[in-house]
Ligand binder design. Sequence first.
Ligand SMILES: [Cu+2]
Length: 164
Amino acid sequence: MKLIQSINLGVAFAILTLLAGCGGSSKPHAHPAAEAEGAVKVVRITGNDAMQFSHSEIRAKPGQAIALILTNTGKMPKQGMAHNWVLLKAVTESEVNKIGMAAATKAPDYMPDDRSNIIVYTKMLGPGESDTIEFDAPSEPGKYPFICTFPGHYAIMRGNLIVQ
Ligand SMILES: [Cu+2]
């Protein structure tokens, strides 16, 4: 399976324009021509009822604009099986565990109170739901862990954003 599923730039810009039009984006995309260097990476990632992300690795250039679309392709009820995508700073393994454990008590969104090590995150999604987030990859090259913070999932549902 291809690690990164990119779609062509035209579609990427259409999505970004749509996002900007919804007023949800704080970042202006007034000059799409200036970004036509293949700068925007569209990543489609899924989570399923087997507690699996479709990607364990995502690659980006430092500071690269990313539109990430997470879809829960499962059928199980949200109370028992929901997924989000939470990108962390380049923290240690024990810090990843700490965040995962802190999130577990925070129903229904399962996001920890202390978000100082969290870069960006999607909504917690039930079956068939989808959420799109737009962000820039960290400017520092490195390995940035991503996890699902639904209780018990972070140990399995995890991967890395590799910035280089
Ligand atoms: Cu999950």
